[in-house]
Design a protein around this ligand. Structure first.
Ligand SMILES: *Cc1c(COP(=O)(O)O)cnc(C)c1O
Length: 737
């Protein structure tokens, strides 16, 4: 049986859902993370709207977690080397169904006071604390699995660069066990590693100052057989000079055999963002694919909604929910039933809003009358819009307040009232994020907005369940394209809550014209201000002209047929596709299994890898000698639609085997402004070989579906059965005209 290792970091909720679905599907996966004793912080919002952070130790006795024991029955402790000392780690275990999650804990007596805090808090310390945490996760994590638990994972899946030091640990072990060079060990490590990037901003990747990396790794790089310079370059773009920092994302990208972003759009953004890691390859062809995030559906469904699905979908629908067919039966749910359950969820949410708001304001010194003036206005019949997520500035929580006059009109229409509910934490060091919270608080206290805008404190999973099933509309307006995927909208849609969102992250592919609404366009703007203005205008207009009229288009029984149709479409179109069940199937088929097969077929045998490594070296050396020439000249051709053309080229390969290249034709339509549109790349066939002169002829047929002016060119890419992604080698040869 194969084992997959999953190293998790702060993307806690997604990771938890990943593990649950792996368990459901029986995928043999083991996970490693850090035991943050303080958890994330508790948030309080005071009478001024300031966020206050409160750290409490989580109570381990309240959690389904227990210490792992060694052979002698003692708590298992492992260690990792720090400068002039060892850091000891106690190992805990949580069973996530059939999947085991191990958590490392530095808070034990064997460590000095400072080291005990290494796993105290997520994002709690400075950069040195951060590098220590990442050494624990990456290096101690691998050590635990291999040497203590005696698991031998076939594939290691790194989520975000935080776990990327695991590459170094794997390579070090391979060098020692198999007595091979760094280069060969690195190839083996590549065949075992998957890297998922979760953020579209460069700052989302940890970049450590060189001095810190030196401090923690100067005794380590000799064990890899590397010089200081060679080691440091592993965390840098491949330019000549040493950079100022060691980038964990780049380390992961350089080694992982398979790499992905977390939505279709984010895949494209990541290819551009990290394009410089493969300088010879055009950025849009960087070897980064995508697997769109999802949610563990059953964990996020309100119980009564789940009962409806149990009744109206096929029996055991949960077992095949990644199949879209399963969801078609949502049509059969009677409108009144769906609406009744939704109204029930809404009432439960409004009760939570009332309690949360009352508590918060009471603590800030508001008296009974002024609190009652606010919470008594909560209206179960009003169109209710929810916005809940981290208060990071790119999510633009206050966009809906861009024009206060206009939003006043919208919220205060006595016939068609609208209420807004906000919740979310800002990073404790993010002052701008905290300013957003304060601003929302202040707006909610303006006379015209009292009892119309609610700001909840301490957003967490429990509250999230109420929000994503109890509001009518889920609002999401990030600054495109900064939202890598987003998952809370997926939680909402499967509960019949309608998404109203910027076409970013998952919604850019999830939106189908009839399952919700969009905000803004796909344009790029010259300034943030221009983007905010355009997007807020679009937001208001769609609210006024579409969302509100559809909601209030109710019959005598208070049902809006159109609205319920949207709810059903929303469930049917997203229930399967945006589940972690589908996500795990994709990861397994497209990333884990190709690596497993490659390992089984080739990489378990060191001789294969050594031969492959020599082939690579020779290919790098001889690549420049490849010559491509065009055979039939069709320059500046204008073709009628429906016509086929045949193109041919001649390739000279002085020192490279013709079996080890792919020749491709690259073509597209040239518009009047010179832009090339609808680029296609198709492989060419070998038609003629002359082994003496090492000259080979290739041809391809191009089918053109539309007429116009076309351009084309030829190129050569390396090919080898042990090479998963041709672009990984950063080799490409274009025709030289
Ligand atoms: C789902 C969830 C998130 C993540 O939401 P995104 O839309 O992916 O930003 C964050 N916090 C809580 C409590 C959640 O339930």
């Amino acid at each position: 049986m194969k084992q997959f290792l999953f190293i998790q970091d702060g993307l806690g909720i997604l990771s938890g859902d990943h593990l649950k679905s792996a368990s459901d599907l029986g995928i043999p996966l083991v996970a490693v993370g850090l035991l943050y004793k303080n958890g994330y912080f508790n948030q309080k919002i005071n009478g001024n709207g300031d966020q206050e952070t409160e750290y409490n130790n989580i109570n381990l006795y309240d959690l389904p977690i227990y210490p792992v024991k060694d052979e002698k029955g003692e708590d298992l402790t492992i260690y990792v080397k720090f400068p002039k000392r060892r850091l000891y780690l106690k190992v805990w275990q949580i069973n996530v169904g059939r999947v085991k999650l191990y958590l490392l804990d530095s808070d034990i007596e064997k460590n000095n006071e400072e080291d005990r805090d290494v796993t105290l808090r997520l994002y709690g310390g400075d950069q040195e604390m951060r590098i220590r945490q990442e050494i624990v996760l990456g290096q101690a994590g691998v050590n635990l699995l291999k040497n203590y638990l005696k698991l031998n994972p076939t594939v290691y899946h790194m989520n975000e660069g935080h776990s990327a030091f695991l590459n170094l640990e794997i390579i070090k072990d391979i060098i020692k066990e198999k007595q091979v060079s760094f280069e060969v060990a690195k190839d083996i490590a590549s065949s075992k590693t998957v890297f998922t990037t979760h953020t579209p901003v460069p700052a989302g990747n940890d970049i450590f100052p060189i001095e810190l990396v030196e401090k923690y790794f100067k005794d380590f790089w000799p064990r890899l057989g590397l010089s200081r310079e060679e080691f440091l370059m592993l965390g840098m773009k491949p330019n000549k000079e040493l950079d100022t920092g060691f980038n964990m994302g780049i380390l992961a990208l350089k080694i992982a055999g398979k790499k992905n972003g977390v939505s279709k759009l984010h895949g494209a953004v990541s290819r551009e963002l990290f394009g410089e890691v493969w300088p010879e390859i055009a950025a849009n062809e960087s070897p980064i694919e995508y697997v769109t995030n999802g949610i563990h559906t059953c964990s996020w469904l309100a119980p009564k909604i789940k009962e409806l699905y149990n009744k109206y979908l096929i029996p055991y629908w949960q077992d095949s929910m990644y199949n879209d067919q399963v969801w078609q039966k949502v049509q059969n749910i009677p409108d009144e039933k769906l609406w009744e359950v939704h109204k029930d969820r809404k009432e439960k949410l409004l009760k939570l809003v009332k309690d949360n708001t009352t508590q918060r304001l009471r603590r800030s010194g508001y008296n009974y009358e002024s609190i009652n003036e606010i919470v008594s206005k909560l209206n179960p019949n009003a169109l209710t819009i929810g916005f809940a997520r981290r208060f990071a500035t790119y999510k633009r929580a206050t966009l809906i307040f861009k024009d206060l006059e206009r939003i006043t009109q919208i919220l205060n229409n006595s016939e068609r009232p609208v209420q807004l509910i906000f919740a979310g934490k800002a990073h404790p060091a993010d002052k701008e994020g905290q300013d957003l919270i304060r601003y929302i608080h202040q707006v909610s206290m303006m006379p015209q907005f009292k009892g119309k805008i609610f700001l909840l404190e301490n957003y967490n999973i429990a509250m999230s369940r109420y929000l994503v099933s109890g509001v009518d509309v889920w609002l999401n307006n990030p600054r495109r394209p900064m939202e890598a995927s987003g998952t809370s909208g997926q939680k909402a849609s499967v509960n019949g809550v309608i998404n109203f969102s910027v076409l970013d992250g998952w919604w850019a592919e999830g939106y189908t014209q009839n399952n919700g609404w969009t905000i803004g366009t796909n344009s790029e703007y010259e300034s943030y201000e221009a983007q905010d203005l355009a997007d807020s205008e679009s937001l208001y207009r769609t609210l006024e002209e579409k969302v509100i009229p559809t909601y209030y288009n109710q019959d005598k029984k208070g049902l809006s047929k159109k609205w319920i149709e949207l709810m059903k479409n929303s469930i049917m179109t997203t229930g399967g596709k945006y589940s972690t069940a589908r996500m795990l199937v994709d990861y397994t088929n497209n990333l884990y299994m190709p690596l497993c097969k490659l390992t089984k077929k080739y990489y378990e045998n060191v001789d294969n890898v050594t031969a492959y490594n020599s082939w690579k070296k020779e290919t790098y050396m001889n690549w420049k000698d490849i010559k491509i020439t065009q055979v039939n000249n069709l320059d500046d051709i204008t073709i009628d639609a429906g016509n086929n053309i045949e193109v041919a080229c001649e390739v000279q390969l002085p020192n490279i085997n013709v079996e080890n290249i792919n020749v491709e034709v690259y073509y597209g339509k040239i518009l009047d402004n010179g832009v090339v549109e609808n680029v296609s790349i198709i492989p060419m066939m070998l038609t003629q070989s002359d082994e003496e002169t090492k000259t080979y002829h290739f041809k391809a047929k191009i089918e053109l579906t539309t007429g116009g002016n076309y351009g084309y060119t030829f190129r050569v890419m390396p090919k080898h059965e042990m090479l998963l992604e041709p672009a990984n080698l950063n080799l490409i040869k274009w025709i030289t005209k």
